[in-house]
Design a protein around this ligand. Sequence first.
Ligand SMILES: C[S@@+](CC[C@H](N)C(=O)[O-])C[C@H]1O[C@@H](n2cnc3c(N)ncnc32)[C@H](O)[C@@H]1O
Length: 184
Amino acid sequence: MNKETAKVLREIEKNAERDGNPNWIVSREVGEFLNRLIRTNNIKRVLEVGTSIGYSGTWLAEALSYTDGKLYTIESHEKRFQTAKENFKKAGIDQYVTQLKGHAPDVEIPDMFDMLFLDATKVEYVSYITAFLFHMKKGGIIVADNVLSHAKKMENYKEYIENSPHLENKLLDMGTGLYLSKVI
Ligand SMILES: C[S@@+](CC[C@H](N)C(=O)[O-])C[C@H]1O[C@@H](n2cnc3c(N)ncnc32)[C@H](O)[C@@H]1O
């Protein structure tokens, strides 16, 4: 990882710790996990729902700089969208990122993705996966955050993925809880 990228990640973490994580960023452990997942599986195209200020996006894009891939990341909040833009630039990974401004799933996205990372409004996860599953390649991975911290709000998502004939699922006790689903 280059020095600029590491510095931006540390700065965001420091501010989150000081201010009580007002932008709801994932933990460093989850960031590192997503980064490793991309590198070890040679993942090239990633769609993220919920950019916030670009912390997880920086981990994702940094890995995509090794696989020569691209991150598409959706955010509806104007100020966080702009802060993410600045962070991606400062981190030196902005050429691997296309930011999409709007409210998912009502955002036009290109085809096809190897990975989908869901980290936005928990009760909307079913609407995201319903819309975006058809933009996923076979063998692709869907990662959903907050499944343990927001278990109640995630019940309908859990039910959806467990009953889908297109998905194989695994729960990871990491950060606030991650569901990993493989598209079969
Ligand atoms: C948990 S934060 C994302 C944190 C980010 N993934 C990280 O770890 O750095 C959720 C973000 O999703 C955005 N969001 C919520 N619902 C959304 C939607 N339907 N479409 C686009 N963005 C949404 C919120 O504005 C917020 O910035």
